[in-house]
Design a protein. Sequence first.
Length: 385
Amino acid sequence: MHGHPGLVAVLQLDGGIADGGDLIGGQKSHSIDKYKIRHGSIVALKPGLCGERAGLNLQEAVYNQTLAMSDHTTRDTVILGSGCSGLTAAIYTARANLKPLVLEGHEPGGQLSITTLVENFPGWPEGIQGPELIENMKQQATRFGAELTMAHLVSVDLSKRPFELNLGKETIHTRTLIIASGASARWLGIPSEQALIGHGVSSCATCDGFFFSGKEIAVIGGGDSAMEEALFLTRFATKVTLINRSENFRASKIMLERAMAHPNIVFRTSTVVDEVLGVEEKDVKGLKLRNIKTNVVENLPLSGLFLGIGHEPNAKAFRHQIDLDDDGYIKTVNNVFCTLNGQIVPGVFASGDVQDRRYRQAITAAGTGCMAALEVEKFLEEHGR
Ligand code: NDP
């Protein structure tokens, strides 16, 4: 999706979220069917509203009672993350006059902001530079009243109503929260790799494979991601060298066998990358490889390097406060509703890569960002602002 044989992945936002937070104490839910307590009284729920769709419970009733206690400094909504998903949520909630506060973390703009040409975002027939796309989204959001601020979430307390976000220097309160903090691709972390991100080093085969037609490239990793990337990249590259630091693979048998059977994929095991060559030329020229068993070092000439060593969802701050899966991704129901022990946590929504390990595209992140924003709107309509 990006221009020139260089380029980087797409989407995913910020991290910088520290571990934190209390458990939501004793929130075992009980259904109260089609009624809810609103500011102390029981009222009928309008049919078709999101709360009903998602299932009402006692947490929601408690929410309504405590919401009444919140003061005027409480935000209607705070969006965590300023990548494609967070900014889409910001555009929608801003247009709904909710004056969203967007917290940008240590990767403002998410992964699009470190991308070059984005060719698969609808509406840009010639493609658009990732940072420009993000800047456009920011302008679109602020035009309607969104506020963006650089801040790192130190801890969060979702057991309180309104929710309490500790940003270190200040604490803010909000009635609703959209977690769009993304998932960061794992990198090797060596300086030459970092220097060539966007110039032949990529973490997204779907995005950047196209630019390596007729070239030789390498994929790092031994899991399903690496196998999938290697197989996908054979559509473009003439040769794919798959480099795994271990002798054994984490990939499923079927994926591994498929990759091994491919005539254009060559395997190197027990091998690590000491250096990516081409920093001076600003273009990947090869890899300096080392066999960790024999310590033999050699240079492998090639044009591109793809990382397939997994992603880290930026959701650690929410551990024990909402349900995460085994790899730390936020579990959602009905697309964007967060849960705790399987029960909806009222007012908390997640969108984008932090809850999507499957698609991880800019457009899908934008899509769930929109859904989260619409649910916030409906939630505040139901519960009062
Ligand atoms: P995994 O954790 O399964 O594999 C990561 C791989 O990267 C391992 O081989 C690991 O090596 C290697 N690695 C990690 N860090 C480094 C490093 N710093 N340097 C070199 N190598 C490193 O992650 P995946 O993203 O592959 O898969 C995650 C989950 O998603 C899995 O459950 C997988 O099945 C699933 N998935 C499924 C797909 C499908 O079904 N089509 C496609 C993609 C993922 P080591 O083993 O030595 O630690």
